[in-house]
Design a binder for this molecule. Sequence first.
Ligand SMILES: [Zn+2]
Length: 80
Amino acid sequence: MARKGFSPLRTLLNCPPQADELAEAYCLHRLPESDSVQFEIHFLTCPDCSEVIESTKEFLASIRLALAGGGSGTEAEPRA
Ligand SMILES: [Zn+2]
């Protein structure tokens, strides 16, 4: 699995200029379906962009955790 040169696919499917923004929009399902499918095909064949997707997912998950489980308990605490 050594990185020798690059596959022909890499030259056909160039990375989008703002891969991180695309990845974020993709993870948030904000991309139009055609863009979403295109980007999906790209990052499935592109190690760089799949890494961007992974870190974006982790980032979004950590934000969600922070928003959801602040632990303040002020939201729906049943108190008599
Ligand atoms: Zn790429």
